[in-house]
Design a protein around this ligand. Structure first.
Ligand code: PGA
Length: 252
């Protein structure tokens, strides 16, 4: 059985002090929750402090991005071993904001995935179509291309360390969620692609999160779908109470 996983993507929000306050409140709100993995992804500057605050709790640490090189003259970049040093277990890769604003491609995401796996951390790989692509009937082919482009050449064991986040771009930060059926349909297609590229077992074992305007009101219906294994949450993860409710409603 796949354990649900809820990750809070804080994006470019929270100073160190604000981040510690948020996670400290969250820690007590979800202290008794089990059966669901929880992680928060603060900005790089707050990783160390948040990591300290969640020590010994049921909350894990994620980064929002990384660079694939090990070290050297790469001004502004952060390596996987630097993230590991802060206590990170997960790294979000290929978020649509990284793709759109920073020119991330399936090829660069692929290099990052390999670098993260090589250090024993777990990538959360984001895929998803734009509104225009959905309206022109290309959603499935776009997502399939992203999946194949980022993940080709990995072993089944490597693939099983990865979580996929299906995030339709038109649903991110817009208040417009995919319906549970739209999300489930895409999650099934993603599983079919994983079966073709890897194996039936791999397709069954990989966790696929939904992301895009997830909140405490819509999470239950999403989690009722058999192929939705959790959520990547942006806006609603910035308040401890709303995020804690999402976590609690995700226990299957
Ligand atoms: P949102 O963001 O929940 O604010 O729509 C989700 C994401 O970008 O991961």
């Amino acid at each position: 059985m796949r354990t649900p996983i809820i990750v809070g993507n804080w994006k470019m929000n929270k100073t160190v002090g604000e981040a510690v306050n948020l996670v400290s409140e969250l820690k007590s709100l979800i202290a008794d929750v089990s059966g669901v993995e929880v992680a928060v992804a603060p900005p790089f500057t707050a990783l160390v402090a948040v990591g300290r605050e969640i020590g010994g709790s049921n909350i894990q640490l994620s980064a929002q991005d990384v660079f694939w090189e090990k070290e050297g003259a790469f001004t502004g970049a952060i390596s996987v071993s630097m993230l590991k040093d802060t206590g990170c277990r997960f790294v979000i890769l290929g978020h649509s904001e990284r793709r759109q604003v920073f020119g991330e491609t399936d090829a660069s995401v692929g290099k990052k995935i390999r670098a993260v796996l090589a250090e024993g951390l777990q990538p959360i790989v984001c895929v998803g179509e734009s509104l225009e692509q959905r309206e022109s009937g290309k959603a499935f082919s776009v997502v399939e291309t992203q999946i194949r482009g980022c993940l080709k050449g990995l072993s089944p064991t490597e693939m099983e360390a990865i979580t996929i986040a299906y995030e339709p771009v038109w649903a991110i930060g817009t208040g417009r969620t995919a319906t549970p059926l739209q999300a489930e349909e895409m999650h099934q297609k993603i599983r079919n692609v994983l079966k073709e590229v890897f194996s039936q077992d791999t397709a069954i074992n990989v966790r696929i999160q939904y992301g895009g305007s997830v909140n405490a009101e819509n999470i239950r219906d999403l989690m009722e779908q058999s192929d939705i294994d959790g959520a990547l949450v942006g806006g609603a993860s910035l308040k401890a109470v709303s995020f804690s409710r999402i976590v609690k409603f995700s226990q299957k």
